[in-house]
Design a protein around this ligand. Structure first.
Ligand SMILES: Nc1nc2c(c(=O)[nH]1)N[C@H]1C(S)=C(S)[C@@H](COP(=O)(O)O)O[C@H]1N2
Ligand SMILES: [Mo]
Length: 407
């Protein structure tokens, strides 16, 4: 590493040779940063092909979108990532499907049929951001086990359902309620019927928010099977693992819910920062709550080539868990200087916000466009990787795309 913390001239010369064009702001590349254009497979080679969802695992099914597929303001069903911990329920009988509300903090458990839920309570629709806690995991070093999500495990669909709060009121909950845990109809990969693949939830304060829904529609239609048909908990802005699919039960607990994947390193991060690879004991791990501030460039697709005459209009989305995003800025010089994008307000709380910017490039060559969002608390995305943690959660580094500008 040289003293300035930037890449050496020798390294820059070889990168330029690989890219076949000048890296215009190459002197600003931080040491240890590998430009996107020289990674394998090359974004410039992939650009023409590759316009599909990417399957990361088929046992269980897990697939993610590519950034450019998430260009719509509202994520269409076909571009919504799928994250399953167990096996999708095989048969769903709508006539017998029911939701049981029980737990220590409920006096008398109560069971509702689907028809009762839909007729008894008022319907609400919100656009809600759901991002997997492990989105961005593939970048961590040392690597973390699990699905190697890049940037596409995030969605912002329209969800219609009833407020969890309204049901809890109907059942009647005690003053000692602490947490709401979900139970679902998917089955454990081991085949053991007594094991739940996942049973997480949210603290009572989150459960009582206006936007926390028990949903039966996604984008105006029945929820697709992979996304939780016929009933799903949706707690926007939190790790999507809190939003139980194929919902059959809600337990109102007088302590933090202790269902499957609520302990150890599952959906938990060190309460205090760790050195990469450092060991940590369970009692020093904290449950992930509101997701961190983040942005995604959805146009252009990484690997695009543009002529220098025209300005490049970039666009994308930004979100920040429970908070609003106040600023999105872009950089074309590896983070040395930043320029504001236009940023829209969200349609409702917990929905992502759209940004655009019009960029002129000083000369032909290789560039990276980076975006960085800052939330209402003044917290901005880190330029590269944030704190290492054993399961590779919460990578909210600036989004980066590679472009070539030609004469
Ligand atoms: N019942 C059930 N709910 C679940 C899961 C699951 O495996 N089973 N996966 C969770 C996780 S980890 C995520 S990221 C989201 C993914 O939601 P999606 O597949 O609809 O995008 O669902 C959550 N809800
Ligand atoms: Mo997840």
């Amino acid at each position: 590493m040289n003293r300035r913390g930037f890449i050496t001239q020798t390294a820059l010369t070889s990168l330029t040779a690989i890219l076949g064009t000048e890296i215009v702001f190459g002197k600003f590349i931080p040491t240890d940063y590998q430009p996107l254009g020289v990674q394998e497979p090359s974004p410039f080679q992939l650009f023409e092909k590759d316009n599909q969802m990417v399957v990361l695992n088929d046992k269980p099914w897990n697939m993610e979108a590519q950034a450019h597929l998430l260009d719509d303001a509202i994520t269409p069903n076909k571009y919504m990532f799928i994250r399953n911990n167990g096996k999708i329920p095989e048969t769903i009988d709508l006539d017998t499907w029911s939701l049981l509300v029980d737990g220590e903090s409920v006096g008398q458990p109560k069971r509702y049929s689907l028809a009762e839920l839909k007729s008894k309570f008022k319907h609400h629709t919100y656009q809600l951001t759901l991002e997997c806690g492990g989105n961005g995991r593939s970048e961590f070093d040392p690597p973390a086990k699990g699905n190697q999500w890049t940037v596409g495990a995030v969605s912002c669909a329209l969800w219609t359902g009833i407020r969890l709060r309204d049901i809890l009121k109907d059942v009647g909950i005690k003053n000692d309620s602490v947490y709401v845990g979900y139970h679902a109809a998917d089955t454990h990969l081991s085949g053991d019927p007594n094991k739940e693949p996942i049973s997480r939830g949210v603290p009572i304060s989150k459960a009582l928010q206006d936007e926390t829904l028990i949903a039966f529609k996604m984008n105006g239609e029945d929820i697709p099977l992979a996304h939780g048909y016929p009933l799903r908990l949706v707690a926007g802005g939190w790790p999507a693992s809190a939003s139980g699919k194929w919902l059959t039960g809600i337990s109102v607990r007088n302590k933090v819910h202790d269902g499957s994947k609520m302990s150890g390193t599952a959906y938990r991060v060190p309460c205090e920062p760790l050195a990469p690879g450092e060991k940590v004991t369970d009692d020093k791990m904290c449950i992930i709550e509101s997701m961190p501030v983040k942005s995604l460039i959805t146009y252009p697709k990484t690997g695009a080539i543009f002529p220098i005459e025209k300005k490049l209009n970039i666009r994308g989305h930004a979100w920040s868990g429970e908070f609003a995003v106040k600023r999105v800025a872009y950089s074309i010089d590896f983070g040395s200087t930043w320029h504001d994008c236009n940023l829209e307000d969200a349609t409702n709380r917990l929905a992502w916000q759209h940004f655009q910017a019009s960029i002129s490039f000083p000369k032909k060559g290789y560039y990276e466009v980076w975006t960085r969002a800052t939330n209402s608390q003044g917290i901005a995305q880190p330029m590269v990787l944030p704190g290492w943690n054993p399961k590779g959660y919460l990578n909210n580094a600036c989004h980066r795309i590679a472009v070539k500008i030609t004469a």
